[in-house]
Write a protein that binds this ligand. Structure first.
Ligand SMILES: *Cc1c(COP(=O)(O)O)cnc(C)c1O
Length: 386
């Protein structure tokens, strides 16, 4: 190995590696059981899956054959018809959402975009980029779409097509909107429609669990996107989007310079991410993913029960690895990297996380709970004294 760095810079690199080793990271949905050492040496090569995955470019440094295998695996999981499926490896869930909304708007140029207050912040940005008029739909306390509110919102635009983004595992509470119910409402109003399922974290686990939550192509979604670095555990951010090829045909033109079709949002695309998605699929397969999903749900059940037993407010949506908890003090949120919104945080029990992580967090929580009780007593004394 050649060393190009001086000792100061080498030290910085070592420091980064050390910092990355921490596992006091409970609040963000990135799987911990990652090991891609078998593909490490690919970083000596360019891999660029430029343009459409189904048309090989002129240059040969790509992994489009692997990408097509990956798309076929996820198209099976999300029940896209065998003779009518298409997709690609994106830069992440955000690009997948932008792609889904873009495809919907291409089919229905004057459509209204509908999504809920629980949607990921990137969804609002995508709507803004596409310059679509939109309606923000309310949610139930669980984070799931308030269907009556959707019905009213669609009723305000009886002559306009609808492009609906369904949250399939919302960012804060992992709430799932129901694609069948959404479709019924759109059909009641007789509006043309397109539904995109934003299943960044929950898409793979949900596709393998029974009872089946309605969210996939067979349930009526027109496209689905997931993140590759969340449940699947790619160390490089990426994602996958799946749709029908008959829908996708509305996009893209042939570009002679690269010898392929311009159907993807970005032109050059990370071939290394494609290889990692292929590697994860080969390593885990359907059964491996199912086992990891079950372990995550079981760990979440354990965490919820332990938190409640410790007197800490905690709850969880069905078929979910996210435990929503009342905000711990800021010092603990910082230490354990917990996101917080409106007084609530969450612990995401990703694959690779164990009871050891939960127990260590609980031990920390106990040390902060006791001083709080002291404060409570002092307040009471004051009240009594007054
Ligand atoms: C994480 C997330 C996204 C964005 O995905 P990235 O891969 O970070 O771009 C979109 N929607 C939901 C529900 C998410 O949880």
């Amino acid at each position: 190995m050649t060393n190009y760095l001086n000792s100061v810079d080498s030290q910085r690199l070592r420091q980064l590696k050390d910092d990355l080793r921490t596992d006091m990271r409970l609040g963000y949905p990135m799987a911990l059981d990652i090991d891609y050492s078998e593909v490490n040496d690919l970083f000596r090569h360019h891999i660029n899956n430029i343009g459409d995955p189904y048309i090989d470019p002129i240059f040969d440094c790509h992994a489009k054959d692997m990408e097509r295998e990956v798309i076929s695996f996820y198209a099976d999981l999300f029940r896209a018809p065998v003779d009518d499926r298409w997709g690609y490896v994106t830069s992440g869930g955000t690009e997948g959402d932008l792609f889904g909304l873009y495809l919907g708007r291409t089919l229905y140029p004057d459509a209204i975009a509908y999504h809920t207050t629980a949607s990921h912040y990137g969804v609002m940005k995508a709507v803004d980029i596409l310059n679509m008029p939109s309606e923000l739909v309310a949610t139930a306390p669980s984070g799931e779409m308030d269907y009556d509110d959707l019905r009213q919102a669609v009723g305000r635009h009886p002559n306009k097509a609808a492009v609906v983004l369904a949250n399939i595992g919302s960012t804060m509470t992992e709430a799932k909107d129901n694609v069948v119910r959404i479709k019924e409402i759109l059909q009641e109003h007789g509006v043309s429609h397109y539904i995109h399922s934003d299943a960044a974290l929950a898409g793979v686990p949900l596709s393998l669990m029974r009872p089946h939550h309605p969210f996939d192509i067979a349930d009526g979604a027109d496209s689905i996107s997931i993140s590759g670095h969340k449940f699947i555990g790619s160390p490089v951010p990426c994602g996958i989007v799946i749709t029908r090829s008959s829908v996708r045909e509305r996009l893209g033109k042939s570009i002679s310079y690269i010898g392929t079709q311009d159907t993807t949002i970005t032109g050059s695309r990370a071939g290394h991410a494609v290889v990692m998605m292929w590697y994860a699929m080969k390593r885990w397969g359907r059964e491996g993913f199912k086992k990891r999903a079950k372990q995550s749900f079981e760990l979440a059940e354990y965490a919820e029960a332990q938190l409640r037993a410790a007197g800490w407010d905690a709850w969880r949506n069905p078929q979910s690895m996210t435990v929503v908890i009342k905000d711990p003090p800021a010092s603990l949120r910082k230490k354990w990297q917990l996101a917080s919104q409106d007084g609530w945080s969450h612990i995401v029990c990703v694959p690779g996380m164990t009871r050891r992580h939960i127990d260590a967090f609980l031990a920390d929580l106990k040390t902060v709970q006791e001083p709080q009780e002291t404060v409570q007593l002092m307040v009471n004394t004051e009240v009594i004294a007054a």
